[in-house]
Design a protein around this ligand. Structure first.
Ligand code: PHE
Length: 340
């Protein structure tokens, strides 16, 4: 039994020495110290040893066990450390490496930039912002705006009809009617949104964006309209931009005025873009037609108002010098990047 113990210790130590991983070491541990291991088998033999030899043999078995256990613990500790070091090495991050994925930061679309700028200006004038439906009733798009079914002004807009009584709105003006029929004055509101017309060339697109403005209160005059729009144009372009008010016609305003600004390309000297006039038309406006007030349920002897509307694309093209309207819809990043 003594020799057997010595042999087990020798084998255990040499196998522990050979183990290269914690998993292998675990197998060695089971083989020698496990429930069905070599040491357990020796321990069972102790029952057959004569009584007087038992204490001595017991001591031998214990010391063999301790020898093996301490060798195993030492080896396991060394293996654990080696494995941890290997993992740390493999997971090491070189913080000095140049980064490989440079992310580009997004930017607002030029139309959004202009729209926000315009909203900012009018909110300082006390206007709030509202939005309305793009699929609109003929009733709001035309009829309440003093354009009855057989009115010649219907030819002014190339309308997309959804059915006999429904259109894709041709302007944001139907929101004038929607607001006046539901909101008691004073009204000061700005309405941005998409509008639709069967029209397609370098400066027109079948879908484009407009901004409508409406102010209704007691004693509103053409002077208020001129003051507000002049202040707006000076803030949007520059202080020395000249504004010109020209008589015009819209069924829903009376009188109607078109607003021109000094040409952003030649500064008023006259060039190809302004066709030699030095001015560019930017918006339509006027005093809300008393007929429209009446149709919307407001008393024209008590209230008056002004309204205006313009295309955001046109303003963006003038401000940024964009030659073709389609550039605003193609989403070519090389183009869009320039507005960041
Ligand atoms: N709705 C007109 C257009 O689309 C613009 C306009 C708005 C004119 C409000 C007068 C008053 O051209």
């Amino acid at each position: 039994m003594k020799e057997e113990l010595a042999k087990i210790v020798q084998d255990a130590l040499s196998e522990a020495k050979k183990a290269g991983t914690l998993a292998e070491m675990n197998d060695v541990r089971v083989k020698f110290l496990g429930k069905n291991g070599a040491m357990t088998a020796v321990l069972k033999q102790l029952n057959n040893v004569p009584k007087e030899q038992k204490p001595e043999m017991g001591k031998l078995v214990n010391s063999a066990r301790e020898q093996i256990e301490s060798a195993f613990i030492g080896k396991e500790k060394a293996l654990r450390e080696a494995e941890l070091n290997a993992r740390l090495m493999s997971e090491r991050i070189d913080v000095t490496l140049p980064s490989s994925d440079k992310r580009t930061i997004g930017a607002l679309h030029p139309l959004t930039i202009i729209k926000n700028e315009i909203i900012d200006i009018f909110t300082t004038f006390g206007f709030s912002v509202a939005e309305g439906p793009e699929v609109e009733l003929d009733y709001y798009n035309f009829q309440l705006l003093n354009i009855p079914k057989d009115h010649p002004a219907r030819d002014m807009a190339d309308t997309f009809y959804v059915d006999e009584n429904t259109v894709l709105r041709t302007h944001t003006s139907p929101m004038q009617a929607r607001i006046m029929t539901t909101t008691p004055p004073p009204i000061r509101v700005l309405v941005p949104g998409k509008v639709y017309r069967s029209d397609d060339d370098a400066s027109h697109s079948p879908i484009f964006n407009q901004i409508e403005g409406l102010c209704v209160d007691k004693k509103i005059t053409l002077g208020d309209l001129k003051g507000v729009l002049t202040a707006f144009v000076e803030k949007l372009f520059s202080r020395n931009t000249k504004v010109r008010f020209r008589p015009s016609y819209f069924p829903f305003t009376e009188p109607s005025v078109e607003v021109d600004v000094t040409c952003t390309i030649c500064g008023g000297k006259g060039c190809r873009v302004c066709k030699g006039t030095g001015f560019l038309e930017i918006l339509g406006s006027g005093i809300v037609n008393p007929k429209v007030l009446e149709l919307c349920g407001l008393d024209p002897s008590e209230y008056s108002g002004f309204a205006f509307g313009f295309g955001i694309e046109r303003i963006a093209m003038l401000k940024f010098g964009i030659p073709h309207i389609k550039m605003l819809y193609e989403n070519d990043v090389r183009f869009l990047k320039q507005f960041r």
